[in-house]
Each structure stands twice: as structure tokens, then as C-alpha cells.
Design a protein around this ligand. Structure first.
Ligand code: IMP
Ligand code: MG
Length: 179
């Protein structure tokens, strides 16, 4: 089992890139059918979703797709702080548009619930959520997820955009904290 160390903690590989690719491809196939004849604005939630958004967009190949970025922070170390801040505002005109939010992972669901509320308040016609990963056991909000890549156990993970105190985002595979 491949192991890595970030700061003081050890992680071992849990989702190799091939498995992630297969998951992203499956999500893209499903989304293509639903979104084919819509002019969709994809909103990538930074920093965590940058790899997922890039891979998904390449698989989707929707001719009229637009993509924008929203930066938020909700984590400090390995515990959710519950403080959601909008760091980089987003000035897109989304009045009457279909918006698909691209999230790396839904944990407690607070971040995504906050993003949904903000996007709806700007007048979007339809807001859909696509999350690569979902921790059902950690969920603390009532939300509807339209596209879920993989359900995973309630363990801390890094890689493929996800970090532990700023490190690990660059890893191609996903790793789980060794307890
Ligand atoms: P939530 O608000 O608790 O759902 O957390 C959502 C955000 O926290 C995600 O967009 C991630 O950026 C981050 N996050 C949640 N779980 C993990 C994890 O296991 N590792 C790294 N970051 C995580
Ligand atoms: Mg995120």
C-alpha cells in the first residue's frame, strides 16, 4: 500500500487515479444526457475542486458550457470549523440560468448549502450539484445532490485537490488518514 506523509500525519492510498477517472467519466455520461440542450454555467468551488472540474469538463465536451470559479474556506486542519466565508466574490449574471455547482466533497454539507443559497439568491433558474465524493455519515444538513461520484467512509482524505493544511492538493490519487 502506497503511503505518504504530510506534516505530522500519514496517509495511505485509497482511491487510485484510475478509479477517480472512471468515476468522473461516469458522472460526465450521466450529466451529458441531462444538460445537452442547456446553456450551463458550471461553478467550480475552489480550491478543492480544481482537478475534478478540469477532468469533468474535458469529459463533458458540452459546446455551450461556461465555467466560473468561487473561492470559499471552511476547513482548518482536519476538523470542519463550520465558518463558511466567501473569499472571492463572483459577479456572473446568473439570472434565469442553469447553474451546476462542482464540488470536490460533501462532508457536513454546510459549504454546499451556503453556496446553493448564495447562487439561488442571485436569481438562477435551476441549481444542480455535482460532487465527486460524498461522506453520508458526516452529513448534518438537508440537501439534494444531483450527481454523486462516490460515497466514502467518514475519514479524512487528501489528494486530487483536497488538502491537509494546504498540502496534498497536487496528488493525483486520493489518500486516507492513517489513524
Ligand atoms: P462541508 O462544509 O463539511 O461539507 O465540507 C466541505 C469542504 O470541506 C469541502 O469542499 C472540502 O474542501 C473540505 N473537506 C471536507 N472533507 C474533507 C476531507 O476529508 N479532506 C479534506 N478536505 C475536506
Ligand atoms: Mg471544496
Amino acid at each position: 500500500m502506497k503511503r505518504i506523509k504530510l506534516w505530522d500525519k500519514e496517509f495511505e492510498i485509497s482511491l487510485p487515479y484510475e478509479k477517480i477517472q472512471e468515476t468522473v467519466k461516469r458522472m460526465a455520461d450521466q450529466m451529458k444526457v441531462d444538460l445537452e440542450d442547456k446553456s450551463v454555467l458550471f461553478v467550480c468551488i475552489l480550491n478543492g475542486s480544481f482537478m475534478f472540474a478540469a477532468d469533468l469538463m474535458k469529459e463533458l465536451e458540452l459546446p455551450d458550457a461556461e465555467i466560473s470559479f468561487l473561492k470559499l474556506a471552511s476547513y482548518s486542519g482536519t476538523d470542519s470549523t463550520g465558518n463558511i466565508k466567501e473569499l472571492i466574490g463572483f459577479n456572473e449574471n446568473i439570472q434565469d440560468r442553469t447553474v451546476v455547482i462542482l464540488e470536490d466533497i460533501v462532508d457536513t454539507g454546510h459549504t454546499i448549502a451556503d453556496v446553493i443559497a448564495k447562487i439561488k439568491a442571485k436569481g438562477a433558474k435551476e441549481v444542480k450539484i455535482a460532487t465527486l465524493l460524498f461522506k453520508p455519515e458526516a452529513l448534518k444538513t438537508v440537501i439534494h445532490l444531483d450527481y454523486i461520484g462516490l460515497e466514502i467512509p467518514n475519514d479524512f482524505i487528501v489528494g486530487y485537490g483536497l488538502d491537509y493544511d494546504r498540502r496534498g492538493r497536487n496528488l493525483k490519487d486520493i489518500y486516507t488518514l492513517v489513524k
